[in-house]
Design a protein around this ligand. Structure first.
Ligand code: GLY
Length: 408
């Protein structure tokens, strides 16, 4: 085995050990085979864009996940409707093919009614990669205004007593009124955007308050997190951890952990608050310490069979995007190395390249293992973050055109 190959296969656990020992993984960075990594990632991006080019013209709704390798759809976008136009935007940037732009505009347009939806926390997932990106790429104010309206809908879900954004349920429904989930960390950047655009601090203030509540209550001493934390919706008092998509209240659902890595890194970029960066690192170090040598996350790091259980490649590509930011912000190359290993491994072992049926690019993702809903399938957010992660590596400026990668 060559040095290059050995370096690529170095376990993330090893990188985490190096990190916790305070050693930077510079040696690994310098021996990384840049050319071969770039080639693998470029091939994967080309594959994803070609797949999208073949499938997207026949798609008239929003893919939510695959069944026997074919997309199933939602008409209103469910919580995932932002990822389809988001992928099309990234495909346009990667290929320069204007057909992707036309399809992205048509798909984003279909989300219009959701800007007034106060019944979900998922407005960031819905409106950032679709409408914020549409505004950044076209300059058409309609997208900017709609994204700000979506942020206004989102802050209606803020509970000032508990200083959190409620995840699920209509505002009139008492069920789940005190339920907070890790995923919401990824919806906060829509609020940063709204403050940036309007000059009104309340959006960012709510994002920061929510992030502090999550930081205080979700993060265990070892850096693992539960999927859910419940609060008394009237007094705001913490009740305790819980789960819906993870194994148990004391386990660590890998996609939730990945949302946390990316989300805490992003809120640090918008505020400069070092505590958010420290939290992002803590979550990342924990997840990296749990990765096996194949670099594809198990669906829950603490499920009884873990790490020998079903995979969730979506957790890997989401975390890789956060790790690339974390590497820049901390000047620690081991986070970039880990991101490259994950993206490379998923490109080599999780793509649908050998299938003649598959409509998605990334396989081996898991939506909701406890409900046995979508176990080792394809999911639109895996395809989206694979492309975002790879393009961040190949040409960061292109991604920065689509999503704001700057820091305060
Ligand atoms: N935000 C829901 C999920 O990650 O499945």
């Amino acid at each position: 085995m060559s040095v290059t190959r050995r370096t690529l296969l170095t376990t993330a656990a090893g990188a985490a050990v190096a990190a916790s020992a305070g050693t930077s993984a510079v040696a690994s960075a310098t021996t990384f085979d840049q050319a071969s990594t770039t080639r693998t990632l470029r091939q994967a991006a080309d594959y994803a864009v070609a797949k999208l080019g073949a499938v997207a013209p026949g798609v008239t709704a929003f893919p939510v996940g695959t069944k026997f390798e074919k997309w199933t759809y939602s008409n209103n976008g469910d919580w995932v409707g932002g990822f389809w136009p988001g992928q099309l935007w990234l495909a346009w940037l990667h290929s320069g093919d204007d057909r992707f732009k036309t399809l992205a505009l048509a798909s984003a347009e279909k989300l219009a009614p959701r800007q007034n939806d106060t019944g979900t926390h998922d407005l960031g997932f819905l409106f950032y990669p679709s409408w914020v990106t549409a505004w950044r790429l076209t300059g058409d104010d309609k997208w900017r205004a709609g994204a700000v309206q979506a942020a206004s809908s989102l802050i209606k879900r803020y509970n000032p007593a508990g200083k959190f954004i409620r995840a699920w349920g209509a505002l009139t429904d008492p069920k789940d009124a005190g339920r907070v989930i890790m995923d919401t960390m990824m919806n906060l950047d829509l609020l940063s955007f709204a403050t940036q655009q309007t000059g009104d601090r309340q959006y960012l203030d709510i994002a920061v308050a929510h992030a502090r509540t999550a930081q205080r209550n979700f993060v265990r001493p070892d850096g693992s997190t539960p999927h859910v934390f419940d609060f008394d919706p009237v007094t705001g008092a913490p009740i305790g951890p819980n789960t819906v998509q993870g194994y148990s209240p004391t386990s660590c659902w890998s996609r939730g952990q990945a949302w946390g890595v990316y989300g805490f890194t992003t809120i640090h970029r918008r505020t400069g608050d070092p505590e958010f960066l420290a939290t992002a690192r803590k979550l990342a170090d924990y997840a990296l310490s749990r990765l096996t040598s194949d670099h594809v996350p198990v669906w829950d790091y603490l499920a009884p069979q873990a790490p020998n259980d079903v995979k969730d490649a979506s957790a890997g590509v989401i975390m890789a995007c956060g790790l690339l930011d974390l590497a820049e912000l901390t000047h620690r190359t081991q986070y970039r190395d880990s991101a490259l290993r994950i993206l490379t491994a998923i490109s080599q072992t999780c793509l649908t390249t050998k299938s003649t049926r598959a409509e998605a690019s990334v396989a081996r993702c898991t939506r909701n293992r406890p409900a046995e809903d979508g176990v080792e399938v394809s999911l639109p957010y895996a395809d989206y973050y694979l492309l975002e992660g790879i393009l961040r590596v190949l040409d960061r400026r292109k991604v920065d055109r689509a999503v704001d990668l700057s820091s305060v």
